[in-house]
Design a protein around this ligand. Structure first.
Ligand code: FNR
Length: 340
């Protein structure tokens, strides 16, 4: 399949529930990520959404009929954002993907989530032991979408089963395969099976993204290329290393990471600018401060109840005042326009 998205050589932000919303994706792009995956969205949930153009924020929003915001995106990431679906059904996957097709660069299918709520419904890691269903879902998406389709798997305990699975998935016409080198039951503390990823890379010709290296193989930006080389992959996908410090994507000053203070300020500005949900934003800021959990600023951040509290804490009060004034002005303009 021809694809306008370049996976070879790509270093990408992995899909992460609660983390992979617009502010974190923009921060990852600022530091040099080539592609940014959205947190997993279940097909049923996307099917309940309407597409709304949000002129005040300059975004496109997918809002569920219960009123909740499911996915927010903007023009800046249009060519680089990958929406990951949680699905167990080819028809439902296609219908859900169609809702976002013109606003994202790719559609990915989650075949790695080991949680019961996913696997009981036949989604996530249940698909790596149900190759016929996995293949049917990907074939349906490839046949019916105008954008590339990818998928993300965990490895199977048996190496030759893993290779056979990867080959079956490749035969569907997907544009890229991300491989997390852990078995379904393994946790992050278990070593990543880089040799399994390497075997998959040797057996298929589509681009493979190596995943599972955070904290182990990958601690600094310069480790990213090392992880790519030991796995023989085309590119690298990073989750926890990026969640803790998105400057892991930087290509200069590769031997050091950005300070957490700078990251929190940048994140906070994006979160407020794009009206990201407050509790989820606070969770991400905690992750950015993961190595400062004993500090006063961490405790105060945890105690913050409002954007105003956070801005005071992070010396952004003047910026926040200007932001609120700008938003009030835009709202007034919108009201005037609607009355004309
Ligand atoms: C994840 N992971 C994950 N995977 C996925 O396919 N869809 C998802 O929505 C999520 N959500 C998620 C949330 C959080 C907070 C974490 C830490 C992880 C798994 C993730 O994408 C990745 O496969 C693993 O974390 C291994 O990669 P790293 O962390 O070693 O780079």
């Amino acid at each position: 399949m021809s694809s306008s998205v370049e996976f070879r050589g790509a270093v990408v932000l992995a899909p992460m529930v609660r983390v992979g919303t617009l502010p974190m994706r923009l921060l990852a792009l600022d530091y040099g990520a080539d592609l940014v995956y959205v947190e997993e969205i279940i097909d049923h949930r996307l099917l309940g959404c309407s597409r709304l153009v949000n002129r005040r924020l300059g975004t496109v929003d997918f809002v569920h009929k219960d009123g909740s915001l499911v996915f927010r995106t903007c023009q800046r990431e249009r060519q680089r954002v990958v929406l990951q679906l949680g699905t167990a059904d080819p028809d439902r996957a296609v219908s859900a993907a169609k809702i976002v097709e013109r606003d994202v660069a790719c559609i990915d299918v989650n075949m790695g989530c080991p949680k019961d709520y996913s696997t009981k419904g036949g989604m996530g890691a249940a698909l790596i032991t149900d190759a016929p269903r996995a293949v049917a879902i990907l074939k349906a998406l490839v046949a019916n979408l105008s954008i590339p389709v990818t998928c993300k798997i965990r490895v199977l305990p048996n190496l030759s089963d893993t290779v056979a699975l990867a080959q079956a998935l490749e035969s569907t016409g997907i544009a890229c395969l991300a491989v997390h080198g852990r078995f379904k039951h393994e946790r992050p503390r278990n070593p990543n099976h880089n040799d399994y990823i390497a075997a998959v890379c040797r057996a298929v010709s589509l681009p493979v993204l190596a995943n599972g290296g955070s904290g182990d193989a990958v601690r600094l930006p310069l480790d990213v290329e090392y992880f790519r080389r030991v796995t023989g992959a085309s590119g690298v996908m990073l989750a926890r290393a990026a969640m803790h410090n998105p400057s892991i994507f930087r290509r200069e000053f590769e031997d050091r990471l950005e300070s957490s203070e700078t990251l929190v300020v940048k994140y906070l500005k994006y979160a407020i600018t794009y009206d990201n949900p407050f509790p989820q934003s606070k969770y991400c800021i905690q992750q950015l401060l993961h190595d400062r959990t004993e500090s006063e600023v961490y405790r105060s951040t945890l105690a913050a109840q409002t954007w105003s509290d956070l801005c005071t804490l992070w010396n952004l009060s003047a910026w926040y005042g200007e932001h609120l004034a700008k938003m009030q002005h835009l709202e007034a303009e919108e009201e005037d326009a609607s009355q004309e």
